[in-house]
Design a binder for this molecule. Structure first.
Ligand code: DGJ
Length: 585
């Protein structure tokens, strides 16, 4: 291990190329990540937590992610390994990862595992862990019936020395990244900490936290609420409204009661004992709001100190990630209380203005709903952790303007699903068209499960009706309007009954009047004009193809048997199709 002080030898020392430096830029309703002057779509994967702590162990990971068409990898940096002695930094892992990423034409997002990872504190250095006076821990009190009460080995967000040490290390990391990567831009974004928040109680009950909780809500937060009153997240504003929109007061006066200290916290919030209705709604609500809001403010202030110090060294986009509230973990403390969850986004915006993105770790089966909740108030979407669903990445990109999508544990033992690799290839190819239209009303995405009712989408001058056909099907057995397809043709087209039920998804872009590009599928599309003029639509040109250096290249013309003699457009999974339609009376 080579230990070097801050002024370490760089891989290639160079001045920062301010123009090409990764940054965020608005385009309509979307926020895009700009890398080297161009919008960038991160088709990513996050490595397991400790993968990059050993460069030799990383060797088989690089070809695996390249083969699955990833263009970006999210990689953890452990504070304990990075700063084993206070003020002495070890850049070996970071340099090694950057070098291998370049060799493999990949971009990197580094995850700073500082004071917290999954709400707890397993990544700080030994010199931090063993000094519990200088670096205070949280205290919890779960009521007399729960075994865990008192101090917990989790650092408190109200520890100023912890914050300063964490921020100094993070700033050293950013300084180094600028030195070695300021002109190359392999590193495109930073995650600050990981899934912060208090577990096992709704708030920190250490002496410093209790003192702050009994004091007034800071003026900075109150001023933010006043000046953003009309645009606050609705469930958060409701909490403030329920307490009379007070302009000042203690946390409990302004935001309502916290958890009574002797109340046992439910670890699982399941049905039974909850009613089905309560189970369904409780994970979308604030409980003991002042506790969660108080913690959100304190984590936001702590993280802001890191982001500010980091950006002063090297200013690239920074985000935080949230462990989500969910049906069986609906009360704060069963998920990390104070993390950047949608109901406290306003608190994070007020407390951490240098954090650009509040991100969901999106494992719950309410993908679209959470994309919507995480894009309220103009929050850019970046999904640093999720599963490997190909349909989800298509939706996130086409409908919710995501900057990136990143299944967790991509280096793990299991193979990367071929459907995801194919979706990544399709999206990468289409990215010039997608990125040119993101944030406008000329792009969307549609998903369907087998058996779903057809879906209608207005896009451009047509209403598009999508009907599920399945991943392997070519042309469905029925022609437009329910007319039977001749039996010889049907035999050729039909799909065995035992075909597994799969989700179909496609992104669609209206690029010009009468012109559409589709990526992905497993669906049939019918066009109906929605503007004055002849009210029937025909398939004028159907091309399968690919984008090469941003230019459309036709690989196959589609007509005859492949579109039921010009009557039916079937989108095949993972392929890209350009369609020109026309009207007739
Ligand atoms: C969420 C965390 O952020 C990750 O680091 C990892 O622990 C996963 N959970 C494991 O599912």
């Amino acid at each position: 291990m080579s230990l070097v002080v801050v002024a370490a030898t760089a891989i290639s020392a160079s001045a920062q190329n301010a123009e090409g430096t990764p940054h965020l830029q608005k385009q309509g309703a979307a926020t895009q990540l700009i890398v080297d002057g161009q919008p960038y779509l991160a088709l990513a994967g996050e490595l397991t937590n400790n993968a990059a702590t050993s460069l030799p162990m990383m060797e088989p990971i690089w070809p695996k992610v390249v083969a699955a068409n990833l263009n970006t990898v999210l990689v953890g940096v452990a504070w304990g390994q990075f700063e084993p002695e206070e003020g002495k930094f070890n850049y070996t892992q970071v340099d090694g990862v950057i070098a291998k990423a370049r060799e493999n034409h990949l971009h990197i997002v580094f995850l700073w595992f500082g004071a917290w990872k999954n709400g707890t504190s397993s990544y700080p250095p030994y010199w931090v862990k063993k000094d519990y006076i200088r670096f205070p821990r949280i205290q919890v009190d779960n009521g007399s019936t729960v075994s865990v009460s008192g101090p917990v080995e989790t650092l408190s967000a109200l520890g100023d020395a912890t914050r300063d040490a964490d921020a100094a290390a993070f700033a050293a990391l950013m300084r180094h990244i600028k030195e070695v990567d300021g002109s190359t831009h392999t590193v495109i974004m930073m995650q600050v900490e990981n899934e912060v928040g208090v577990l096992r109680d709704s708030r920190d009950r250490s002496p410093a936290a209790n003192r702050a909780f009994a004091g007034p809500v800071p003026a900075e937060l109150m001023n933010y609420l006043e000046s953003h009153k009309d645009s606050l997240i609705s469930e958060f504003r409701q909490v403030w409204a329920d307490n009379g929109y007070r302009k000042s007061g203690t946390w409990e006066q302004v935001f309502g009661s916290g958890k009574p200290v002797d109340l046992k916290i439910p670890i699982q919030t399941t049905t039974p004992p909850m009613s089905a209705f309560e189970h369904e709604v409780s994970w979308r609500e604030l409980h003991w709001p002042s506790d969660e809001i108080f913690m959100a403010w304190n984590y936001a202030r702590y993280v802001e100190a890191l982001a500010k110090a980091g950006k002063a060294a090297y200013d690239i986009p920074m985000y935080v990630n949230a462990w989500l509230q969910q049906p069986n973990h609906a009360w704060p403390g069963t998920y990390p209380s104070g993390g950047p969850l949608p109901q406290v986004h306003d608190v994070w915006r007020a407390g951490a203005p240098d954090i650009d993105i509040l991100s969901p770790d999106l494992y719950v089966p309410y993908f679209d709903e959470l994309c919507e909740r995480f894009t309220r108030g103009g929050n850019p979407l970046f999904i640093p952790e999720t599963g490997t669903s190909a349909a989800n990445v298509v939706m996130a990109v086409g409908k919710y303007n995501t900057i990136g999508f990143s299944p967790f544990g991509i280096d793990g033992n299991r193979p990367i699903p071929p459907e995801l690799a194919a979706a990544y290839q399709m999206l990468e190819q289409m990215s010039p068209v997608i990125l040119a239209h993101q944030g406008t009303d000329s792009i969307t995405a549609v998903r369907m499960l087998q058996g779903a009712q057809p879906k209608q989408v207005r896009l451009g001058d047509y209403t598009l009706t999508f009907t599920y056909t399945g991943r392997n099907q070519r042309v469905p057995p029925q022609a437009k309007g329910g007319v039977e397809v001749p039996s010889a043709m049907r035999q050729f087209m039909q799909v065995p009954e035992d075909r597994p039920s799969l989700e179909a998804a496609a992104v669609v872009v209206s690029t010009a009047p009468n012109e559409y590009y589709f990526g992905g599928g497993g669906m049939r599309v019918d066009f109906t004009p929605n503007t004055p003029g002849p009210q029937n639509a025909g398939l004028g040109v159907v091309e399968q193809g690919r984008f090469v250096d941003g230019k459309w290249e036709v690989t196959r013309w589609i007509a005859g048997d492949d579109d039921a003699q010009g009557e039916i457009l079937v989108l095949h999974p993972d392929s890209i199709v350009r369609v020109q339609v026309y009207r007739f009376p």
